[in-house]
Design a protein around this ligand. Structure first.
Ligand code: SF4
Length: 86
């Protein structure tokens, strides 16, 4: 079994986005739907995001959940991949 400590630290916005999309990054990682490299790059993109304020507004507007990440999210493709990966 993989150790969750092996996963990179997830930025708060990325964790909140995953939660809004009903995705568990730990489960996705353990199931090898996403690799460590993919998560590392997603963390970098989130930390460097050009529109964190827009993200916060979108997350507030979708507090009840959403089917897909917004187009403004540079990690949308990865979130879509996780959603469709099962
Ligand atoms: S929109 Fe930006 S800040 Fe929000 S989760 Fe995506 S990458 Fe992170």
């Amino acid at each position: 079994m993989k150790d969750n400590l092996d996963r990179p630290h997830t930025p708060a916005a990325m964790a909140r986005m995953a939660e809004t999309l009903s995705l568990d990054l730990g489960v996705e990682y353990d199931a090898r739907i996403v690799s460590r490299r993919q998560l590392d790059r997603a963390v970098e993109r989130c930390n460097d995001c050009a529109d964190p304020d827009g993200c916060a507004v979108w997350l507030d507007d979708h507090a009840g959940g959403a089917q897909e990440a917004p187009n403004l999210c540079p990690n949308k493709a990865l979130f879509d991949h996780m959603r469709d990966g099962w």
